[in-house]
Design a protein around this ligand. Structure first.
Ligand code: ADP
Length: 152
């Protein structure tokens, strides 16, 4: 049986923190689908298309990695693509509290989908897409926080 994992998120933009999770998860699964959530009610700073293209640029030579868009419940998307695992990252206790409730709720909704957490290396545990967007809005250089293939 193919082991398929979904890594859901906004990825606005995809940072070294996200990359660290994907890189560590890749040897464990047959396929990883990075699933960019579409929230039609939220005005996003980067379009979903550009977010997808950046991730594809980082993993262009990896056939185990796919990028897709999704709307609605993450567990429903998992069922649609045949995934039994959700990947999420934990930076600190704040992430843990938030993620624990979501993971339990997802299990209530579909107990065939397991959430797997990756603890962030300390050197990048302070990184967040929202802080990176703030730096960009204020004209700063964010290259040290992003995979080298993403040039913002
Ligand atoms: P969401 O809006 O769903 O939180 P994000 O794109 O912000 O989407 O994050 C997706 C996942 O990546 C989350 O599990 C988040 O905890 C994790 N993540 C974000 N930044 C980092 C980081 N610096 N290190 C590890 N994990 C991270």
């Amino acid at each position: 049986m193919n082991k398929i994992a979904v890594f859901p998120g906004s990825f606005s933009p995809f940072t070294l923190g996200h990359k660290s999770i994907v890189d560590r998860a890749l040897p464990l699964f047959d396929k990883i689908i990075i699933a960019i959530g579409i929230n039609s009610e939220k005005k996003e700073y980067f379009s979903v298309e550009e977010r997808k293209q950046w991730i594809q640029k980082v993993y262009k030579s990896n056939s185990k990695l796919e990028v897709q868009f999704y709307e609605g419940l993450t567990v429903d998307f998992c069922e649609k693509v045949g995934a039994n695992y959700i990947l999420r990252g934990l930076r600190d206790s704040h992430d843990f509290k938030y993620e624990k409730n979501i993971a339990h709720t997802n299990t209530d909704l579909n107990d065939e989908v397991e959430t797997i957490f990756f603890i962030t290396p300390t050197e990048i545990s302070h990184l967040s897409s929202s802080i990176i967007r703030d730096i960009i809005k204020n004209g700063g250089d964010v290259s040290q926080f992003l995979p080298k293939e993403i040039d913002l």
